[in-house]
Design a protein around this ligand. Structure first.
Ligand code: PEP
Length: 252
């Protein structure tokens, strides 16, 4: 069974109303669905209902950048995953390095957010990756394995099939330094082996693993050709219609 390819655009805290509309309009004009390909955008939470409306007649899907591990309640300032789902989100990011670093999200918090998304029938994209210091100290493999293990230690077996991972080396995010396609492929193989040791072979084989970190139209094709790279999580380049369209069109 071939794995699906997912190309996701993480808008972060960027794009206000007119910019978001222009981008979605541009994507809808130029992109058409292809077999085996999913394209997902992750706008800021207040934009979700509008973007969902704009995408109603499109194959492009919607995701949420951050959600609470709770469904509702006295959590001022948090976003409910249940409400995000009602707004049309099928996907949710969990454990983006900006959440881990700037908002102190631990492996445990990330796992519990991922679990809540799965329980709602949504698909979490769990981000893992090492800092530059960890790579230079040759600690990157251990760090990534630990992040993957935390997920499988929390989610029961029947929930494993809904997981998606993204390998996002922190040193490559927003820096213009992309991991080479070979480096990405090697770490994706390590993540897949870790999934196999934490779950079962079938799950390891079917779980999509995306690469993220300064993906540009020039690097997308090489990355997507790699056997272990099942898609891309794109930050900066997903904000420009022309760049994101070229990245999506790099899918053969
Ligand atoms: C990201 O934030 O997930 C990301 C990969 O950003 P960029 O493409 O800008 O490096």
């Amino acid at each position: 069974m071939a794995r699906e390819t997912i190309i996701a655009g993480n808008w972060k805290m960027n794009l206000v109303l007119d910019q978001a509309w222009e981008l979605i309009h541009g994507l809808k004009q130029e992109l058409s669905g292809k077999k085996g390909l999913r394209v997902v955008v992750f706008p800021q939470a207040p934009l979700l209902p509008l973007v969902a409306d704009w995408l109603e007649d499109s194959f492009i899907e919607l995701g949420t950048q951050n959600t609470s591990s709770q469904l509702q309640g006295a959590y001022t300032g948090e976003t409910s995953p249940f409400l995000s789902q009602q707004m049309g989100c099928r996907y949710g990011l969990a454990g983006h390095s900006e959440r881990r670093e700037l908002f102190a999200e631990s492996d445990k918090i990330v796992a519990s957010k991922a679990q809540t998304l799965v329980e709602l029938g949504m698909r979490p994209i769990v981000c893992v990756g090492e800092s530059l210091a960890e790579r230079e100290a040759n600690q990157h493999e251990e760090k990534i394995k630990k992040q993957v293990q935390a997920i499988y230690q929390t989610l029961p077996k029947e929930q494993h099939k809904d997981l998606i991972f993204a390998y996002e080396p922190i040193w490559a995010i927003g820096t213009g330094k992309t991991a080479s396609a070979e480096q990405a492929n090697e770490i994706h193989a390590l993540i897949r082996a870790e999934i196999q040791s934490q779950s079962v072979e079938l799950i390891a084989h079917s779980t999509p693993i995306l690469y993220g970190g300064s993906v540009k139209p020039e690097s997308a094709g090489e990355l997507l050709k790699k056997s272990e790279v099942d898609g891309l999580l794109v930050g900066g380049a997903s904000l420009k219609a022309k760049d994101f369209i070229s990245i999506v069109q790099a899918y053969p």
